[in-house]
Design a protein. Structure first.
Length: 394
């Protein structure tokens, strides 16, 4: 996959004005601070490498969904401050991403220095891939380096628009690394291949589950995804979170799994909380009362899934397993993470929720492969095109 695409390390970047698309889409916490800097940190090795090569580096990113409005709490200024701290050198923040001020800042930037432009989504032209907006962005650099794998499914101006417009467009180190991981998962071998799919966004994951069934040996479903599939089998889930609108589709997928020979594992038991008296206990999947809410997979399921992961040649995990933010409902996520860590085969974890779930015990740094992307995996593994790459294959 990556061998056919233009690479950043195949061209001379010294002294050139490099426009680099990163994904620093980090939400603010309740106090307005950066909630999590993992995505920024994932880009650091590539940024340092380009600066060491003498690049004059201008960074573009979006943050949140301001829908073309200037929303102060979604400014990239705190990101520039955090990047300055982590790089150990000043990172100038430019209060817009187009116009005379932005062009001048880039023109005056010395080799080996970096600046960060304001949120691209403060302009409506970003999300509609407006040609005029793309032309303004393209004035900022000589070479476009797309390193934002987490946004590769977005046909936006600073992604596919710039890749189609800039005279030289290449992929950056983080993008290439994660595309290699994608290629490893899409390969026919080695087997068995197992996937753990969880989280709360059920409808968005059904296409992925349907696509994976013909290529995966075992699919383990958790969270609201699993609850919806159990509801499709007329199981009583009490007050558990599920998607009623996806029940029929889940029923069809369940039937198809048996036809194609995919082993679809639903939780054998749950850790539940009774919403009347607050008691927490483990119960079999078919014994939940009307006041019970499934909060995590149960101990039997943890053990079964640990064994499946241990016997897999490749394992992919997308979406949180339980309500990990509140103990003791973090056991499922911790068990799956420990299973991936102990596995001898290739393992990959992805998803916004997982970035939070894997933060305790430094699990994010201990696991060999933790993606910066989330929704992009729903598109890529379901066989949907990634616009930022399609443009480069023209």
């Amino acid at each position: 996959m990556t061998s056919a695409l233009p690479r950043y390390d195949a061209i001379n970047l010294a002294g050139k004005a490099i426009l680099m698309r990163v994904d620093f889409n980090i939400p603010p916490d309740a106090h307005g601070n950066l909630a999590d800097t993992y995505r920024l940190e994932a880009h650091l090795p590539g940024i340092k490498e380009l600066l060491a090569k003498g690049a004059r580096l201008g960074l573009l990113t979006h943050r949140g969904r301001p829908q073309g409005d200037v929303v102060p709490h979604l400014s990239t200024k705190p990101l520039a401050e955090e990047l300055s701290r982590q790089l150990g050198q000043a990172v100038h923040h430019v209060p817009d991403c187009i116009g005379r001020m932005a062009e001048q800042a880039m023109a005056e930037l010395p080799p080996g220095q970096v600046l960060l432009f304001e949120n691209t989504r403060f302009h409506l032209g970003e999300q509609v891939n407006d040609a005029a907006f793309v032309r303004h962005l393209a004035k900022l650099g000589e070479v476009f380096v797309n390193d934002a794998f987490a946004a590769a499914h977005r046909p936006h101006a600073s992604m596919s628009g710039l890749a189609a417009t800039m005279p030289t467009s290449v992929l950056g180190p983080l993008m290439l690394r994660e595309l290699d991981w994608l290629q490893t998962l899409q390969a026919d071998a080695p087997r068995p291949l197992s996937c753990i799919i969880g989280g709360t966004q059920v409808a968005a994951k059904l296409d992925l589950i349907a696509a994976l069934m013909t290529r995966v040996d075992t699919l383990m479903l958790a969270g609201a995804v699993a609850h919806t599939f159990l509801a499709s089998r007329d199981m009583g889930l009490g007050r558990s979170l599920l998607d009623p609108g996806s029940v029929e589709r889940a029923r069809d997928i369940f039937a198809e799994a048996g036809v194609v020979g995919c082993r679809l594992l639903l939780p054998q038991d749950f850790t539940v909380q009774n919403k009347q008296d607050g008691t927490v206990t483990a119960k079999p999947f078919n014994k939940l009362s009307g006041d019970d809410m499934a909060m995590d997979i149960g101990p039997q399921t943890c053990e079964t899934w640990r064994q499946v992961i241990g016997k897999s040649a490749r394992s992919f995990w997308l979406g949180s397993v339980g309500n990990f933010e509140h103990s003791p409902f973090d056991t499922g996520c911790r068990t799956v993470a420990e299973g991936l860590l102990a596995a001898e085969g290739f393992t990959l974890a992805a998803g916004d929720g997982l970035l939070k779930a894997l933060k305790p015990d430094a699990m994010r740094t201990r696991l060999p492969h933790v993606s910066s992307g989330a929704a992009v995996w729903l598109h890529a593994l379901a066989g949907k095109p990634l616009p930022a790459l399609q443009v480069l294959r023209r």
